[in-house]
Design a binder for this molecule. Structure first.
Ligand code: MD5
Ligand code: FE
Length: 205
């Protein structure tokens, strides 16, 4: 593996961190979403999100008219979210460790699926109580332009590409940075097709 890029204080980008594991990760996404399918959640303001989402692990992130939160039960199926594959946990832990975050034990993996045109508007991730825990994010499939700023919505944004196999670790001073995913451009990835997947690992305890 290459050296991480320090893109912000306590934020590390590992280019091409996922290599041979990509096919297994994509197959696991197919298996998980056969149990808890991708769906477009609705924001508390009433707008469907353009990224389709599912989760695995003990807790899954949801959004509905009542707000954003983590649940142990998938509201679509009425069952627990599928188990988080051991490979997901070990890869996320390795990345966190290499970024200097020890004993990161994710209990939630949000799976975002973006088709061309889909993106995510500027927001902070504030639904996790322990802000000392980092967030680890894996990108697979089509590339995208990612933007992040500071702790204030109007702080200037930096833009960079996230590509298949890239892993980001956000912690410490960058844990509450505003960030956005630009709309995905048309394209076809050899393994993922016309889609971008993002796996976002969090500790919700
Ligand atoms: C994505 N997902 O590419 C991104 C990757 C989400 C989300 O934003 O909330 O599902 S996670 C990027 C991230 C997480 C935590 C902090 C920061 C960025 N940041 O400080 O910029 O689908
Ligand atoms: Fe986010």
């Amino acid at each position: 593996h290459d050296e991480p890029l320090n893109i912000a204080p306590d934020a590390c980008l590992f280019k091409g961190f996922l290599s041979d594991e990509d096919t297994v990760l994509l197959a696991d996404i197919v298996a998980i979403t056969a149990i808890s399918p991708f769906r477009h959640m609705v924001t508390p303001g009433g707008y469907p999100m353009s990224a389709a989402m599912s989760s695995c692990g003990a807790q899954g992130w949801i959004s509905d008219a009542k707000g954003y939160r983590y649940t142990a039960i998938d509201p679509l199926t009425g069952n627990r979210w599928p188990a988080m594959p051991d490979l997901f946990v070990s890869l996320a832990q390795n990345a966190a460790e290499r970024a200097g975050f020890h004993r990161f034990i994710p209990d939630s993996c949000l799976i975002n699926c973006y088709v061309p045109g889909a993106g995510m508007s500027l927001h902070q991730d504030r639904d996790e109580p322990d802000r000392r825990q980092p967030i680890v994010s894996f990108s697979l499939g089509l590339p995208v332009q990612f933007q992040f700023g500071g702790m204030q919505r109007h702080d200037p944004l930096k833009t960079f590409a996230l590509e298949h196999g890239d892993v980001l670790v956000w912690g410490g001073r960058s844990r509450l940075n505003y960030h956005a995913v630009r709309p995905v451009k048309n394209g076809v990835h050899p393994l993922a097709g016309a889609r971008r997947f993002n796996l976002t690992f969090r500790c919700t305890r």
